[in-house]
Design a protein around this ligand. Structure first.
Ligand code: TXA
Ligand code: MG
Length: 329
């Protein structure tokens, strides 16, 4: 897995499109984002329309680094500590906003979500653009996130027939799941979305507990019960349920994602995809596997439930939401 060298011409073209209010799909280390000028209301509205996302949902503002935090937010010491330790990288901070973060990026809330991504193409683009980029994940609302330029082309598509002015192909995303989101706008930090940066890491750096946000937490589409969902019905199964199901004769065509050892007694109508371990390898490939499972022509996707343990929190979170969001039969 490697990131191709930055194509400066493509990055300059992308910056030009963004300056004139266009939409560019951009590679980040987590998932592909759909970017627009964070200070251009019409462009951000077009972004929501392209995704089919409700306009009152807030969007992450991507910046170059910690030195730009103060333009957008009032940052308590804990925010600066985390940003210094983990930026650029897969961490999003929710903070009290300044004037600069308008209602159209915050969904009318008094907070703004900020992230400084580490992907070299995205960093080059932010430098070239010399501003901040609003960017939700580059997928239709509620659907599986995208981790390659091809995934974006298949879902949103490029103009004239698709919805995006340019898809910047910076290779496959190295982490594969969305950033960890921490809310530092209240009296104590809370975890809004688990990601490859774990709760334990955050707690170690902050030297205080980082509990899950309660149900009164601010709106966040990634927190909706139904999200990250394929079109095919999806069922998570324990190892025992999976073994029983795979040994049973059935006319239902299955697309299965499970470790190789769980697939010994598989019957012939089963489409296989092999889950990789360790966890970061699994995360990197999860959405690519989901896209493949979803286009395999199966009646049902079956995924082996991941192991227990906090390092699997983010994966379990995405799989659980994908299961409840997949079309039901
Ligand atoms: O890794 C990522 O975070 C990717 C890449 C492209 O950076 N972006 C991403 O964006 O996952 P999106 O929009 O799909 O998910 C961002 C989440 C949403 O659930 C959104 O509601 C939440 O962040 N969010 C944004 N601003 C917020 C705010 N002010 N308060 C609470 N949640 C917020
Ligand atoms: Mg998303």
């Amino acid at each position: 897995m490697h990131t191709p060298p930055v194509d400066i011409d493509a990055v300059e073209r992308a910056a030009g499109i963004l300056r004139s209010g266009g939409l560019v799909a951009v590679p980040t280390e987590t998932v592909y984002g759909l970017a627009a000028d964070a200070e251009n209301e019409a462009a951000v509205r077009a972004l929501f329309a392209a995704k089919g996302r409700p306009t009152d949902h807030p969007v992450i503002v991507h910046i170059n680094g910690v030195e730009e935090i103060h333009q957008w937010a009032h940052a308590p010491p804990s925010a600066l500590t985390l940003a210094h330790a983990l930026w650029p990288g897969p961490l999003t901070l929710v903070l009290k906003r300044t004037e600069r973060a308008k209602d159209f990026v915050t969904g009318g809330q008094d907070t703004v979500a900020l992230r400084a991504p580490s992907h070299p193409w995205m960093r080059a683009l932010l430098r070239e653009f010399a501003g901040a980029l609003a960017a939700p994940s580059a997928n239709s609302f509620g659907r599986v996130s995208t981790t390659t330029a091809q995934h974006v082309a298949d879902d949103l598509g490029a103009k004239p027939r698709g919805k995006v002015d340019l898809i910047l192909d910076g290779g496959a995303c190295s982490l594969g799941i969305e950033s960890t989101i921490v809310d530092l706008s209240g009296a104590a930090p809370t975890l809004l979305r688990p990601g490859s940066i774990t709760r334990q890491q955050l707690q170690r750096i902050l030297d205080e507990p980082v509990p899950d946000a309660n149900e009164h937490a601010p709106r966040a589409s990634g927190r909706l019960e139904k999200h990250y969902a394929p079109r095919t019905p999806l069922t998570l199964m324990t190892a025992a349920q999976l073994a029983e199901r795979l040994a049973r004769k059935s006319s239902e065509r299955l697309a299965v994602l499970a470790p190789l050892h769980a697939l010994q007694s598989c019957r012939a109508n089963v489409v296989l995809a092999i889950a990789a371990e360790p966890v970061d390898e699994y995360a990197r490939l999860l959405y690519a596997h989901m896209h493949r499972l979803d286009t395999a022509g199966a009646d049902r996707i079956v995924i082996a439930a991941p192991p227990a343990g906090p390092q699997w929190d983010a994966i379990r979170d995405r799989l659980r939401r994908a299961e409840s969001g997949a079309s039901k039969t």
